[in-house]
Design a protein around this ligand. Structure first.
Ligand code: NOJ
Length: 582
């Protein structure tokens, strides 16, 4: 399955989007990034702690492992790491089911290890962002245990309950047709209180009731706890789902089935309810009261760019600084027109806010496989990297993306770790494929991830060639390509913060744009999104670029290293050409 559960289940609204007509003059201004707005051109690196580095030989990655690899992160050039949940948890959803928001799960370390990680990261000029799961807790969290014990318990109203309704046979059934993202009804019966509770995800992840002000207070206190420990911000998990329709109305049926074979439902009663924005504005005000411009990153799903704009707070810019533009990274097809159109929409329709471009994370098959055509995957991976790091967007990359790790799915159901993979096998094999251990070296079968012979997920067999150490030694490797791009983005004013001018705007095969700095210097980028060689010509004066001295900065494949001419530029299949204009 090349597309993932997450992208497929939530993509329907996207595939039916009617895009706005592409603008004639494709030129958007630079962002006004002050030094306080460090996140505006940052490179953020997602760490899935179970799979990054094991420091105590138990086969599971941990916080001390991340600390050990801090030099690698600094050398790569990332500004911040986002660490997926490391809090105490029964690990049903591998940490996204939290049972204590103010501690660290023993398998990942201790709170002292966390403090040490933050302080080491600071020495390496890497900011630490933590995941914050606000939509739901674990069913083992003391709040839920209390809530489920009696209707009269003060915590009862902290979750979303319903008495259900009677069906034709007189049986009590869930109040509506809402479905869990992971399949089946989103309602679970609790005999002790004779009610159903709502869970957008697994039944072990009951949804909190954000209409109760005590919930907001408790969760903001939790966020303060981590802000006080020095975190640079939060990645807000499933934040679009914070509120549900208070009348619990049935979701209208849409055409077709989702990836799990369940009916496709209109998400309007469970996702993106307008009430969320008031909560987020209060959250932003609370977080912004801290020094250092702490950042909110949102895992948001949205039906159109106007809804994305709302996540930023529109013209007021007072909500989430970086809602993820997941639909762009999940286009899953190299289509120059589609990328041009979507990039342009987001550059022009979010009141100058900063898009956050994401191709990879722990929920989707790796971009190597989603975008690869089976023949040119290595060239395509370099192209994706170039787009990610020369665009005007803040860039998010996921561990292993920089070395070209593949999606390696379990072969047998008994090997599956992600529960949805077991439930839906073989239609959907879960998310283990994109969560395999980081491949550091080729010394032994654990590839430097662990000294345990039994890592929690097996290290993929290609570790002998696809690993950090081997790629560092190869000037043409994907890893060195990433490092060069990151250093270009850090050092070149045009790439870092220049305005964007779309070039050659009707070319269906090649996406080209210029980043133009205030002093008029520019960087031209041409990405051949086709399997055929392409030739493109640029007329810089039409793009208002007055300079004319050209220097080739980067080219892929390397043997094609660029003629410093813009008429024409020849691009190999899936080739990349990056040129300075001074
Ligand atoms: C999104 C997370 O990325 C995913 O891993 C998790 O299963 C759900 N939210 C539920 O928390």
């Amino acid at each position: 399955m090349t597309k993932t559960l997450f992208s497929r289940m939530r993509s329907l609204q996207w595939w039916v989007l009617i895009y706005m007509t592409f603008g004639v003059i494709c030129d958007v201004p630079a962002q006004n990034a002050s030094s306080h707005e460090w996140w505006k051109h940052a490179i953020i690196y997602e760490i899935y702690p179970r799979s990054f580095q094991d420091s105590n030989a138990d086969g599971v990655g941990d916080l001390n492992g991340i600390t050990q690899r801090m030099q690698y992160l600094q050398d790569l050039g990332v500004d911040a790491i986002w660490i997926a949940p490391m809090y105490p948890s029964p690990q049903v959803d591998f940490g996204y089911d939290i049972s204590d928001y103010r501690n660290v799960d023993p398998q990942f370390g201790t709170i002292a290890d966390f403090d040490r990680l933050v302080s080491e990261a600071r020495k390496h000029r890497v900011a630490v962002i933590v995941d914050m799961v606000l939509n739901h807790t674990s069913d083992q969290h003391p709040w839920f245990v209390a809530a489920a014990s009696a209707r009269a318990n003060p915590k009862h109203d902290w979750y979303v309950w319903s008495d259900g309704k009677r069906n034709a046979n007189g049986d009590i059934v869930p109040p509506n047709n809402w479905q869990s993202v992971f399949g089946g009804s989103a309602w679970e019966w609790v005999p002790e209180v004779q009610q159903f509770y709502y869970h957008a995800y697994y039944k072990q992840q009951p949804d909190l009731n954000w209409r109760n002000p005590q919930v907001e207070k408790a969760m903001f206190d939790v966020m303060r706890f981590w802000l006080d420990r020095g975190v640079a911000g939060f990645r807000l998990d499933s934040i679009s789902e914070l509120f549900e329709d208070p009348r619990l109305r049935d979701a209208p049926r849409l055409e077709g089935l989702n990836a799990l074979g369940n009916p496709q439902l209109d998400p309007g009663y469970t996702t993106n309810l307008p009430e969320i924005h008031e909560t987020i504005r209060r959250m932003r005000a609370m977080v912004s009261a801290y020094p250092g411009d702490r950042v909110l990153i949102g895992e948001v799903y949205f039906p159109n760019i106007a809804e994305l704009d709302k996540w930023y707070g529109g013209a007021r810019h007072n909500e989430i600084q970086l809602p993820m533009d997941l639909p762009l990274g999940y286009l899953n097809e190299l289509d120059a027109n589609a990328f041009r159109k979507r990039l342009w929409e987001v550059y022009t329709q979010v009141h100058g806010s900063t898009p956050l471009l994401v191709f990879d994370n722990h929920d989707v098959n790796r971009s190597w496989d989603r975008y690869g055509d089976g023949v040119h995957n290595a060239a395509i991976a370099k192209l994706i990297a170039a787009l990610l790091l020369t665009s005007r967007d803040t860039a998010l990359l996921y561990q292993g993306q920089e070395i070209g790790q593949r999606t390696v799915e379990p072969r047998r159901i008994e090997d599956v770790k992600d529960p949805i993979g077991k439930i839906h096998w073989p239609v959907y094999k879960g998310r283990d494929g994109e969560r395999t251990p980081m491949q550091w070296d080729s010394d032994d079968a654990q590839s430097g991830f662990s000294t345990s012979p039994h890592p929690w997920l097996p290290v993929p067999a290609d570790y002998t060639t696809v690993n950090v150490r081997t790629e560092l030694a190869d000037p043409r490797s994907l890893l060195n390509w990433y490092k060069q791009l990151i250093s270009l983005r850090r050092s070149n004013a045009a790439v870092r913060n220049g305005r964007v001018v779309m070039l050659d705007k009707t070319n269906a095969n090649v996406l080209s744009y210029a980043r133009v700095a205030k002093d008029g210097t520019a960087v031209l980028v041409a990405l051949n999104m086709s399997a055929q060689p392409q030739s493109v010509s640029f007329h810089l004066s039409e793009a208002n670029i007055r300079r004319s001295h050209l220097t080739n900065l980067m080219t892929s494949p390397e043997q094609d290293a660029g003629s410093s001419s813009v008429s024409p530029v020849r691009l190999a299949p899936f080739g990349v050409w990056i040129e300075a204009v001074e």
